[in-house]
Write a protein that binds this ligand. Structure first.
Ligand code: ATP
Ligand code: MG
Length: 335
């Protein structure tokens, strides 16, 4: 099948810090399953990363870290486009047009906006509110068929679908309404220190997050000191969020069901269980860390991946944007 005939996958991660187990199990690992069957665009969302306070030099460096970790996690750049959002013209142009169609109240109701703005108080920037319009543009500008994300992004992809439908109804059929894909296991990995909340790159409490590049000793320490629940049973239950989270992580690492794991660890203590979880996480991350060490210093290679991908992404974005400009009534430049 030619690239043109393949269905399109689009999804992004922010260069807002080191990737963690949630990003891997909820997102990247599943992205790999599309490499042979779909045309894949995997974006590094640096324009989203400036919606919260950040340091420009760190942002620039994090982009390279993210390209290297994407490749290390199995996103073969020969089979997909790993592009930087700000390299492609059109994302913010389309975001503006979509924002003009988007009711303000819908943006104000977004859970991520409420959570992230609460951390910033009075100084919260309008970009954080506008974030879902930019994300909708990221997806629609490639006319994506499917968007694989973690559970936390469900609301934003649903808004994207609403905006695509609204645009099509207002101006005539233009966008595909993309499908949402959320994995069955690992869609919401929780913080080890606060299992009511999701593991997040931007979490101030680093010990709640297992990063993909953490040393084995650090991983063992973090999992060993994960918050657990009262009682001593190793079962997944609503009143046991800490143990449930560790069972989810173990299930995502091993491919075994939670029920199988509950049966295996019945009667064992929390210490032995945590050690087993840590062993599996270390084993899972070892090949990723090995590849990362090999390629992360090769900036020329990483730049080449970004340049090639930006070209492919720009071609696709241009096609859609000229259509969009025509439909919304923007005049073409006459020379
Ligand atoms: P930030 O705190 O800066 O928003 P993040 O950890 O939420 O960072 P993103 O770059 O926003 O990471 O998200 C990248 C992908 O990882 C998205 O598809 C998102 O749904 C997924 N994801 C993020 N956190 C988790 C988690 N705890 N469990 C499962 N998937 C997650
Ligand atoms: Mg996020």
């Amino acid at each position: 099948m030619s690239e043109e005939q393949k269905k399109v996958v689009l999804t992004c991660a922010q260069p807002s810090g080191n990737l963690h187990l949630g990003n891997y199990f909820g997102a990247i690992r599943n992205w790999c399953s599309y490499l042979d069957s779909h045309e894949c665009f995997f974006g590094i969302a640096n324009m989203h990363a400036i919606t919260v306070p950040y340091v420009p030099a760190n942002l620039r460096k994090s982009v390279y870290d993210l390209v290297a970790i994407f490749i290390s996690c199995g996103l073969d750049p020969e089979k997909c486009h790993i592009f930087l959002q700000s390299h492609v013209q059109g994302h913010s142009d389309l975001a503006w047009i979509l924002a003009c169609l988007c009711p303000l109240g819908q943006l104000e109701r977004m859970t991520q906006y409420k959570q992230k703005s609460a951390k910033q108080g009075e100084s919260v920037g309008a970009g954080l509110l506008y974030y879902p319009a930019l994300m909708a543009a990221d997806i629609l500008i490639y006319n994506a068929d499917v968007v694989p994300v973690g559970e936390d992004q469900r609301q934003h992809v649903e808004l994207t679908r609403d905006l695509a439908i609204k645009f099509n109804n207002t101006y005539s059929d233009t966008f595909r309404v993309p499908d949402l894909f959320i994995p069955q296991t690992g869609a919401r990995i929780k913080s080890l220190q606060d299992p009511e909340r999701k593991m997040s790159k931007s979490d101030a409490n680093q010990s709640g997050c297992v990063y993909l590049l953490d040393e084995p000793t650090v991983i063992r320490k973090k999992i060993g000191s994960a918050v657990t629940d009262s009682g001593c049973e190793i079962v997944a239950r609503e009143d046991k969020p800490g143990i449930s989270n560790l069972l989810t992580i173990l299930s995502a690492c091993t491919g075994r069901t939670i029920a199988e794991l509950e049966a295996e660890f019945a009667g064992q203590n929390y210490g032995a269980f945590k050690a087993a979880v840590a062993d599996e996480v270390v084993k899972k991350l070892e090949p990723i860390q090995k590849t990362y060490k090999e390629i992360s210093g090769d900036k020329a290679y990483l730049d080449k991946v970004l340049a090639r991908s930006a070209e492919a992404a720009q071609r696709r974005a241009n096609r859609l944007m000229s259509k969009v400009y025509r439909k919304v009534g923007f005049n073409e430049l006459q020379k």
